[in-house]
Design a protein around this ligand. Structure first.
Ligand SMILES: [Zn+2]
Length: 247
């Protein structure tokens, strides 16, 4: 019995796990390889969802008395074995897909070359999650983002900046300020909607001249020390409490 599964999924979960493990056995996967399939929550979940149906079907055939003792799984068709092996190969592939640095996979020529707000070029995710991490391609006018000229930009927002954008509902100064305030480790005080940075001290990365190379660190195109100092003294912001930090 797997206590982790029992705690999280109860008796149904254990049945599914048994069925999943049976499928691994059918596919001829034993020993360390089979253990790998139980190493992470994600892999375990996969075994319980993807493999369970294969294993359950085979187990039922045994219950129905189609084979005698000593010939465990002998009745399983080659097609079912092969299906289980393919599933296992996909699972291993997923597990080997370790997080690395990825930019937006759908970027097009002319797009801003980093996150439109903070200018970072990449986020650390699994390759399979890169598109989700960067969200959809968007466009925005330059004027409200710290650039006093007409025109627009297109590109992507990193996950942190998108959180701010989603809270405000539009790509504009409030979302830009919110993203920067959060990056610098502050929260907006109750009673204020946003932070007003003076003059031209805050610009979106995407408002910089086109072809500006991406920042090596988020917001590196701004004077972060000076902005942090401003926020320390600002009536709009405060440092989050320990509890808020832990989220
Ligand atoms: Zn960003």
């Amino acid at each position: 019995m797997n206590p982790r599964v029992a705690r999280a999924h109860g008796a149904v979960g254990l049945d599914r796990l048994d069925a999943g493990l049976a499928a691994l056995e059918i596919a001829g996967i034993r020993g360390r390889l089979a253990e790998m399939a139980l190493d992470t929550e994600e892999a375990l979940h996969e075994v319980m969802t993807e493999f369970a149906s294969v294993g359950a079907a085979a187990s039922w055939s045994v219950v129905a008395g189609q084979v005698g003792p000593g010939k465990r799984w002998a009745h399983v068709t080659e097609a079912a074995r092969s299906a289980a092996r393919t599933k296992f190969r996909d699972l291993i592939h997923k597990m080997m897909d370790t997080p690395a640095e990825y930019g937006p996979p759908d970027a097009q020529p002319g797009d801003v070359r980093g996150c439109m707000f903070c200018g970072r070029a990449t986020v650390t995710v699994r390759k399979a999650d890169a598109a989700k991490a960067w969200g959809e391609r968007r466009s925005a006018r330059l004027a409200p983002l710290g650039e006093q000229r007409p025109g627009s930009m297109s590109g992507f927002l990193c996950p942190d900046c998108r959180t701010a954008f989603e809270a405000e509902g539009a790509i504009g100064t409030p979302a830009l300020s919110r993203a920067l305030v959060a990056h610098l480790g502050f929260v907006v005080r109750k009673g204020f909607n946003t932070v007003h940075f003076p003059g031209q001290s805050v610009r979106a990365f995407g408002a910089l001249p086109p072809e500006t190379p991406p920042n090596s660190k988020p917001w590196a195109h701004l004077n972060l020390d000076a902005l942090t100092e401003k926020l320390e003294r600002s009536m709009f912001t405060r440092r989050p409490t320990e509890r808020e930090r832990r989220g």
